[in-house]
Design a binder for this molecule. Structure first.
Ligand code: SF4
Length: 280
């Protein structure tokens, strides 16, 4: 849940999740619909799907225990290098650390490198603590903008602190801007909207959305409602929202109520609900 999401946002979701699904076994015997409903509003729904798939594999293939080697752990859905490393350190005390943006910055400042010399770093039996300490240290002391060097215990060995030029750490994030048109079929008397899972947007593939396409100029027969921007992961979407009232909908679309739904609706779509709701 914490991937790309702040702790304070996650806390209520986490509490509610573990109340409903208290352990791995319960997760593996749950169902995707329920898990997505508990995740609703948190975004990045692929995390929830992967969590569910992974729980089933761990129960069936590994007898309920997370594998303790890098190759097997990385084969689990949703587990990349970072998560594999951090799990091996935290669970099994293996000499690994998870290298994310914060940890890279710390290494860069300390040693003027982001490549780890593991032989020197892991001369400890407390690998789990070391991995955790790197994360906390990057968040609390060696912060991106204003590192607290005055109270840092590592300043005597820190190249950033010693250097006159101060080594700069530059974060490179590529943001891609894309233009999309979204078309909402609305059923006037029932406060309903047509949604489909049959879209090919990578980041919201197979979720309930209105018809969505990359921008084209031919939008005759549709009424323009509004334009807005939406950021998802490293994508910025520039959206034109169109609507029409109709009782007929294209194949692979279904009607959904704007205000009551048993089924999981991503927050991307809920925003569209809010925008069309005043048209009824
Ligand atoms: S001395 Fe400053 S820059 Fe160096 S590790 Fe400590 S907080 Fe970071």
């Amino acid at each position: 849940m914490l991937q790309q999401t702040q702790v304070k946002t996650v806390i209520p979701y986490f509490k509610n999740f573990v109340k409903e699904i208290p352990n791995l076994k319960a997760l593996s015997t749950s169902n995707e619909k329920k898990i997505l409903k508990l995740w609703e509003g948190l975004g990045y729904y692929r995390r929830a799907k992967n969590l569910y798939k992974t729980s089933k594999i761990i129960i069936k293939k590994y007898n309920g225990k997370i594998p303790n080697n890098f190759t097997e752990i990385k084969e689990l859905p949703g587990i990349g290098d970072y998560t594999a490393n951090i799990l091996l350190a935290l669970i099994y005390n293996h000499p690994h650390i998870g290298i994310d943006g914060n940890v890279k910055r710390v290494l860069f400042r300390l040693f003027n490198t982001s490549v780890l010399d593991a032989t020197n770093l892991f001369k400890t039996k407390r690998n789990s603590d070391l991995a955790e300490a790197f994360i906390e240290f990057g968040a609390l002391i060696c912060k991106p903008k204003d590192p607290k060097c005055y109270k840092c215990k590592l300043k005597k060995m820190c190249l950033y602190y010693k250097s006159e030029s101060n080594i700069q750490f530059k974060k490179k994030i590529k943001i891609s801007l894309k233009n999309y048109d979204i078309f909402c079929y609305l059923k006037k008397n029932k406060k309903q909207i047509a949604l489909t899972k049959n879209n090919n947007l990578g980041f919201l593939k197979k979720f309930n959305l209105p018809k969505i396409k990359e921008r084209s100029k031919k939008n005759k027969n549709w009424t323009f409602l509004c334009n807005y921007k939406k950021s998802i992961s490293n994508k910025k979407l520039n959206i034109n929202l169109y609507y029409k009232f109709s009782s007929k909908i294209p194949p692979k679309h279904n009607w959904y109520y704007l205000n009551k739904n048993e089924e999981f609706i991503p927050s991307f779509t809920k925003k569209i609900f809010r925008q069309v709701s005043h048209l009824y």
